[in-house]
Design a protein. Structure first.
Length: 355
């Protein structure tokens, strides 16, 4: 139990630090997608993390869905890029432009600078963390808090993070896979791997190039993964047709691929993710390992939607595995709960020194 003075401080902080509904923001700035939760309103923005700028002038042309449509299609005068790679900022200027555009779409007031909760990978470096803080501050944040993505995912998935019994979450995003064992509102052990959805797409691109001399774009690879991708044998295998450029003739070409072939193509990155989970289980304290055997592992992130991933992990690890409800938005929901219920979830946040 907290002391009376601590409880009083929490009550005052809840009343004064987060004073107005709809003013403070939680941002899941992911490699593939950006989601923004506004206090009291829920997730109000969900856009691809892509920005398009005019070459030479740097003028913002589009961001989000419109910019993603330009990937691989834009003329030489427009550059469409993903400013985040492996879960962190790779192009600071473009990331700031994109973040500012997204925030401007949802801020209810330009007069009050909001506080922001940003989600970061569990093994983000100090330099990478500071780059995100600085970008958020320049975009109008009054104060920036950080929450590690596996913790936010656990909160968003409804796991009892405050209990002594352990929970284990595997968050597979676009750029990183984060695995964490959580107990008493803290991360007991965690590991992170910069292998996730993007690497699965790249494995597909490399396979099709090697087998069919066909060049695919990022969007086509993602479409294949969604349409027929799987990591465990299906009762009824799927097939899809894909189009690309024949590297031999330079002409458009159409081929047909099945889920079994896709499964072989992406086996490398999938095995890396499973081994990461195994390694985390190996270093988990014995007292908590029993809790995980009872409660199982929760999968979140876009990668959790890959067909058969829960069954494959269950088969490989011998531990119950289940997919969270709406896994794609679990991190954003968890960060949003930190904004909505700051007093009770303050312990999972890391604040900076700005006042």
């Amino acid at each position: 139990m907290r002391s009376g003075s601590r409880g009083a401080r929490d009550t005052i902080r809840a009343m004064t630090t987060w004073p107005a509904l709809g003013r403070d923001l939680a941002i899941d700035l992911g490699t593939a997608n950006t989601l923004i939760h506004v206090r009291g309103r829920g997730v109000v923005l969900e856009e691809p993390s892509v920005v398009a700028v005019e070459v030479g002038t740097g003028r913002l042309v589009a961001a989000g869905t419109q910019a993603k449509e330009m990937l691989g299609r834009a003329p030489g005068t427009i550059r469409a890029v993903r400013p985040l790679r492996d879960g962190v900022v790779s192009d600071a200027d473009e990331a700031e432009r994109m973040l500012r555009w997204f925030i401007d779409q949802v801020r209810p007031s330009r007069l009050v600078r909001p506080r922001m909760v940003l989600c970061v990978p569990s093994e983000v470096t100090g330099v990478e963390r500071r780059a995100l803080e600085d970008a958020a501050t320049r975009c109008g944040a009054r104060r920036v808090y950080m929450v590690e993505e596996p913790m936010a995912a656990a909160v968003g998935a409804g796991l009892p993070v405050h209990e002594t019994a352990a929970s284990m979450v595997v968050d597979i995003g676009g750029g990183t896979t984060d695995v964490a064992v959580i107990s008493l509102a803290g991360i007991v052990t965690s590991t992170s791997l910069r292998t996730a959805g993007d690497e699965i797409d790249e494995a597909l691109i490399s396979h099709v190039k090697a087998e069919y001399s066909l060049l695919l774009g990022e969007r086509s690879a993602e479409d294949i993964k969604v349409a027929v991708g799987s990591v465990f044998p299906l009762r009824e295998e799927l097939t899809t047709r894909l189009r690309g450029r024949d590297l031999t003739t330079g002409l458009p070409k159409t081929i047909e691929v099945g889920s079994a072939e896709v499964r072989r193509a992406i086996e490398g990155p999938v095995l890396q993710i499973i081994e990461l989970v195994r390694a985390t289980l190996d270093v988990c304290p014995p007292e908590l390992a029993g809790d995980i055997i009872d409660r199982g592992i929760t999968l979140t992130g876009g990668g959790a939607l890959l067909r058969g991933l829960d069954a494959r992990m269950r088969h490989e690890l011998g531990v119950p595995v289940h997919v969270a409800d709406d896994p794609l938005r679990a991190v954003a929901r968890g960060a949003g709960r930190c904004v909505d219920d700051f007093a009770s979830l303050e312990r999972v946040l890391v604040g900076d020194r700005r006042l």
